[in-house]
Design a protein around this ligand. Structure first.
Ligand code: NAD
Ligand code: UDP
Length: 318
């Protein structure tokens, strides 16, 4: 297959590009590096099956030659990233998704959307299955991301109904692993960076809010299974083991042997109180489930961060 990956220079996108190449597919990676990093794909540039195009997919998505599948991952994903770029986030979720859908339509290609557990907002139903419609504040600060993704799902579903485009939707829950930016502001990268540099771990609110953390390799297997199927979903892709933010802080401190203290800061507006996926649909239809537990996943992520002390310092200074 020749797969166009939007956002391929980001955390998840670069892992997806590498996984596709490993199994023998060709990849056209499109990115504007607004939140990505050229270093994420530097090791892929010498592969003759890998092409990179610098592109803002909110403007246009053009790919010369055949395209068999489009994986649309372009979008800021970390809350500080999308809160800093509200209009760009809305644009890439709406116009960017439409441009990516049109690319797939022109080529009669499979299209998969990287949607998010944020479509459930601050959920009133727990755990979350795909049939739950969510609880999103449509005018709050996080809405630029949540509503953009809800629109992206809506327009993708409409392309399936109207044009019979082969669309699949993944609702991705909190995913972590190597190649996260040390200072992207997400909780896993923040806690590891803080623990390794001796800074206090910043817990927002009382730390009792929960998330379910999925290791990146597991998530990428799920995206490939979705890409290879002709199912629409939506599919929750995430690890169903739930932790409080305080528990995560304790695990990171124990694993790194850090003497960092813990500092409590205000909870961001509309921060969801709990989050855990029901993954029955992905298990049954895609034959997918996570395999890597949080201890092993964090061990690999800490090892990645430890091996790059200059990035921890360099980003902190930036
Ligand atoms: P990331 O910020 O590392 O990657 C996003 C990539 O998209 C970056 O390389 C960025 O430069 C690129 N991009 C953004 N706007 C663009 C535009 N207009 N044109 C071209 N490229 C653009 O984030 P990530 O964690 O890798 O997330 C990838 C996708 O997965 C996103 O769509 C995100 O919403 C979704 N997702 C991620 C998670 C997670 O936990 N990592 C959870 C839910 C959903
Ligand atoms: N969080 C925290 N300290 C940080 C960063 C995040 O306590 O330094 C909290 C945040 O308020 C949220 C949870 O950790 O409750 C997950 O945050 P993240 O930004 O990683 O993901 P999302 O909010 O998008 O699920």
């Amino acid at each position: 297959m020749r797969v166009a990956v939007t956002g391929g220079g980001g955390f998840l996108g670069s892992h997806l590009c590498a996984a596709l190449l490993r199994r023998g597919d060709s990849v056209v990676c499109l990115d504007n590096f607004s939140t990505g990093d050229p270093e994420n794909i530097a090791h892929l540039l010498s592969d003759p099956c890998f092409e990179f195009q610098h592109a803002d997919v909110s403007e246009a998505v053009e790919v010369a030659g055949r395209v068999d599948a489009v994986a649309h991952l372009a979008s800021p994903a970390s809350p500080p990233d999308y809160l800093r770029r509200p209009l760009e986030t809305l644009a890439v979720g709406s116009r960017g998704t439409e441009n990516a859908l049109r690319l797939a339509l022109r080529h009669d290609a499979r299209f998969i959307l990287a949607s998010t557990s944020e479509v459930y907002g601050d959920p009133l139903v727990h755990p979350q299955e795909e049939a739950y419609w969510g609880n999103v504040n449509s005018i709050g600060p996080r809405s630029v991301y949540d509503e953009a993704k809800r629109y992206a799902e809506a327009v993708s579903a409409a392309y399936r109904r109207t044009h019979h485009l082969d669309v699949g939707i993944a609702r991705i829950f909190n995913t972590y692993g190597p190649r996260m930016r040390p200072h992207d502001g997400r909780v896993v990268s923040s806690f590891i960076t803080q623990a390794l540099t001796g800074e206090p771990l910043t817990i927002y609110g009382d730390g009792k809010q929960t998330r379910s953390f999925c290791f990146v390799d597991d998530l990428i297997r799920g995206l490939l299974a979705l890409l290879d199927s002709c199912a629409m979903g939506p599919f929750n892709l995430g690890n169903p083991v739930e932790h409080t933010v305080s528990e995560l802080a304790e695990i990171v401190l124990a694993m790194t042997g850090s003497t960092s203290e813990v500092k409590y800061l205000p909870l961001p507006v509309d921060d969801p109180t709990r989050r855990r996926p029901v993954i029955t649909r992905a298990r049954e239809v895609l034959g997918w489930e996570p395999e890597i537990d949080i201890t092993e996943g964090l061990r690999r992520t800490v090892a990645y961060f430890r091996a790059r002390p200059e990035r921890l310092a360099a980003s902190a200074a930036a």
